[in-house]
Design a protein. Structure first.
Length: 106
């Protein structure tokens, strides 16, 4: 995986989370939490910031990290940032995570 991908892991945040997303500062710390009972995606990794769920790690990325997050002895955290206007216009993505620490820990 390239460094560019690791630094910009997209968060899928539907309409249900938009108010939480809008309240986040431009840079924040996210906690990753697997959702074993998620009926829509069996590798679901929820993204928690400021005590609220703000979305999910994009499915194409979550598959690769699910077991690591699930099996971690303590909750895993990573840096997050709000997307720029151009990010939102081109992809609809509002938030990105930096998974570099997860890669170095593997």
């Amino acid at each position: 995986m390239s460094e560019a991908i690791l630094r910009r892991v997209p968060v899928v945040a539907g309409i249900a989370f938009i108010e939480h997303v809008r309240r986040l500062p431009s840079v924040f710390t996210a906690t990753l939490q697997v959702e074993r009972e998620n009926r829509y995606f069996r590798h679901a990794i929820a993204v928690i910031a400021a005590g609220e769920k703000v979305g999910y790690v994009a499915p194409e990325v979550a598959r690769s990290y699910y077991e690591r997050v699930r099996d971690a002895a303590a909750p895993l955290t990573c840096a997050g940032r709000r997307g720029r206007h151009i990010d939102h216009e081109s992809s609809g993505v509002e938030l990105f995570l930096d998974f570099t620490p997860l890669e170095t820990a593997a």
